[in-house]
Design a protein around this ligand. Structure first.
Ligand code: SF4
Length: 221
């Protein structure tokens, strides 16, 4: 079986050749995502902007600098996390991604989530939040962690929004500062789940009932 790095590189190659939605027509460089593939924390933004389209890297320029500051508030560096977007090619003139574009690109995001298997997903902005909480408003749930499918999903405002609305700056800094606490909680929950599973396996192997059940099962065939 291919290792994780090989599979992530193969995904990036498929993204760079992808024509599954109209965004491939206007892209210069696709932006599959980058960072630590062994991380516990994955950040999902919206889509590449002008600088990202030129460089093929997520969150460069002003919003990228602010993201670095936000990660600092969580005592993290970029090399500690994996960063990607819900669409991997730039929407023209930075317009919002369309539903059919989000749907077409979701296959890559889903594959990245499966490969990295993070304990925390931080969504940045409305469109990545909408993937997990389609009926919610970001103003109501930003900074709150919700346990979904064995991981925390934490919606945050997009760093670019905080650059345009200075009143969001302190809010998003405070939200990011909660990440270390959420990581502790998620690690504890994951350890508890592993230990409960081990206990269940041990109980099952020692239970006379289970061997009787096996006998019944076997006798049925
Ligand atoms: S945005 Fe996603 S689905 Fe659309 S062309 Fe780019 S990689 Fe393919």
């Amino acid at each position: 079986m291919e290792d994780k790095l090989t599979r992530m590189k193969s995904l990036a190659e498929r993204v760079s050749a992808c024509s599954a939605c109209q965004l491939h027509l206007s892209r210069k460089k696709s932006v599959p995502g980058e960072g630590n593939i062994e991380t516990r924390i994955m950040l999902i933004g919206e889509g590449p902007g002008m600088n990202e389209n030129e460089t093929g890297r997520p969150f460069v320029g002003q919003a990228g600098n602010f993201l670095n500051e936000l990660l600092g508030a969580a005592k993290l560096k970029r090399s500690d996390v994996f960063i990607t977007n819900v669409v991997k090619c730039r929407p023209p003139a930075n317009r919002d991604p369309l539903p059919e574009e989000l749907m077409a690109c979701n296959q890559y995001l889903e594959e990245q989530i499966q490969l990295i298997d993070p304990l925390i997903i931080v969504t940045l902005g409305r469109y990545s939040m909408g993937r997990f909480f389609p009926l919610q408003r970001i103003s109501s749930i930003h900074g709150q962690a919700t346990w979904i499918n064995d991981r925390y999903i934490v919606p945050m405002f997009h760093p670019a929004a905080a650059l345009h609305q200075p009143n969001l700056r302190d809010i998003v800094l405070r939200d990011f500062a909660k990440i270390p606490q959420y990581l502790q909680e998620a690690l504890a929950a994951a350890e508890k789940a592993v230990s409960e599973e081990a206990d269940t396996d041990a109980d099952a192997s020692q239970s006379p009932t289970s061997s009787q059940d096996n006998g019944v099962q076997l006798s049925l065939f």
